[in-house]
Design a protein around this ligand. Structure first.
Ligand SMILES: Nc1ncnc2c1ncn2[C@@H]1O[C@H](COP(=O)(O)OP(=O)(O)OP(=O)(O)O)[C@@H](O)[C@H]1O
Length: 246
């Protein structure tokens, strides 16, 4: 029997866009108190619903600003939806904006603990996996250096190594299949592939339709925050193709 590992129910996400120019924080606070700040409501996601079974690989398609990254962030728990509910079973590994959660004043070693805690790992678990993370990142010589002195590639390598040290049930990929330099990229791709081989459930956002077709069995197509097509990758690719050629 197939097992449902992700359920997205009627999810909507509203952002308040400030329609005025505010020069500084003081100005902002004064306007806020005087209720002179005007916000424009913007719905980045509207009534999005779908569910995935164990081993499903879902491609999320859509043009710029359609709501793809917002949906991934809601599923990863980075954003709380304005409306609706996301239910997940098992460990989620979000490979989103790798290393963006680092505190740059702290060293690589300290960030392994900080970032790990953010991903829900216990201190004992990180103690146990610490050497493996450092080894995979190939940053042993830099591990006691503040992250602000890392290159962006080094940051994403450390982020990738921390995030993938667990065996996830759900893997979230936002066009990050290329991490670091060519050598590391190969290694990270092999690691992702090994997760695929173990039957992980995947959510994948990419503008590269070919890549999505190669990787995914199901897809959804988003337009202005709404699902306008969902089903097998073949069906949804066709709907996307029609949009592209319009
Ligand atoms: N934190 C935020 N505050 C306000 N608006 C936001 C925020 N994050 C996203 N948006 C808006 O929500 C919409 C959807 O953005 P999102 O990044 O999810 O699109 P996307 O489909 O991933 O686009 P792209 O293909 O360009 O990456 C955009 O109009 C964007 O401006």
């Amino acid at each position: 029997m197939s097992k449902t590992v992700l359920k997205v129910e009627d999810v909507s996400m509203r952002f308040n866009l400030s329609s005025e120019k505010v020069d500084d924080l003081k100005d902002y606070v004064i306007k806020l108190i005087k209720r002179e700040l005007n916000f424009q409501e913007f719905w980045a996601l509207q009534n999005v619903s779908f569910e995935l079974q164990k081993g499903d690989r879902l491609g999320i398609l859509g043009f710029n600003g359609a709501g793809k990254s917002t949906l991934l962030k809601v599923i990863a728990g980075v954003l709380k939806p304005t409306q609706g509910k996301v239910t997940t079973q098992g460990k989620i590994v979000p490979l989103l904006e790798l290393g963006a959660g680092f505190d740059k004043q702290y060293t690589g070693a300290e960030n392994i603990y900080l970032y790990g805690a953010m991903l829900g790992y216990s201190k004992e678990f990180i103690n146990e996996k610490y050497d493996e993370i450092v080894e995979f990142s190939e940053l042993k010589d830099f591990i006691d250096v503040p992250v602000k002195n890392y290159s962006s590639g080094m940051r994403s390598r450390l982020g990738f190594s921390i995030a993938t040290v667990v065996e996830p049930e759900i893997l979230i990929l936002d066009e990050v299949l290329s991490v670091g330099d060519e050598k590391f990229k190969k290694k990270s791709e092999a690691k992702i592939k090994s997760m695929f081989d173990k039957g992980v459930t995947v959510l994948f956002v990419s503008h590269n339709l070919k890549q999505v077709q190669d990787l995914c069995n199901k897809a959804i197509l988003l337009e202005k925050g709404k699902i306008i097509s969902q089903g097998s990758i073949e069906e949804v690719s066709e709907a996307y193709g029609e949009k592209l050629n319009r």
